[in-house]
Design a protein around this ligand. Structure first.
Ligand code: DQA
Length: 152
């Protein structure tokens, strides 16, 4: 099977990320989520992968998409935003899927307020990319493609 025929990389975004570009731009930058989606699509294509790109402000919807990715995807790039620091249910959903999940953040939560230092996603994820602004997503796509490539 060629990589272009492979299952897609799911890029899943949690709460408030629909406001990127306007929301605390000094922390999260000026790129909108649509800008990030276009950049992710191009980056994935350069590796021979398609993406499914989604955002939700409803926690159960994100969990449902993780369940979907479990069989329909080859890897997940996950920016769970605020739920990263609060959600045992999200932790359990990540643990329930065998494909690699790459936790991704625009900012570096470890260098911010103490309540952001705990990540329920990190404990279950394959790895973490954080602190590089919109570039974090592209580095995460690189990592997802490397994990999902048939030779790896
Ligand atoms: C974030 C970091 C989280 O702590 C925060 O709640 C977000 C965005 C990031 O991408 O930097 O909403 O996930």
């Amino acid at each position: 099977m060629t990589q272009s025929a492979a299952k897609p990389i799911y890029v899943l975004n949690g709460p408030n990320l629909n406001l990127l570009g306007e929301r605390e731009p000094e922390i999260y930058g000026r790129a909108t989520l649509a800008d990030i989606e276009a950049a992710c699509r191009a980056r994935a294509q350069s590796h021979g992968f398609h993406i499914v790109f989604r955002q939700t402000n409803v926690e159960g919807e994100l969990i449902g998409w993780l369940h979907e990715a479990r069989s329909a995807g080859c890897a997940v790039v996950l920016n769970a935003a605020g739920w990263t620091h609060t959600s045992v249910a999200l932790h359990d959903a990540v643990k329930a899927i065998a494909i690699p999940v790459i936790e991704t953040h625009l900012s570096n939560p470890g260098a911010r307020e103490p309540f952001r230092h705990v990540s329920y996603v990190s404990m279950a994820a394959k790895g973490v990319i954080a602190g590089f602004g919109a570039q974090s997503y592209l580095l995460a796509i690189d990592a997802a493609a490397a994990c999902a490539a048939p030779s790896s």
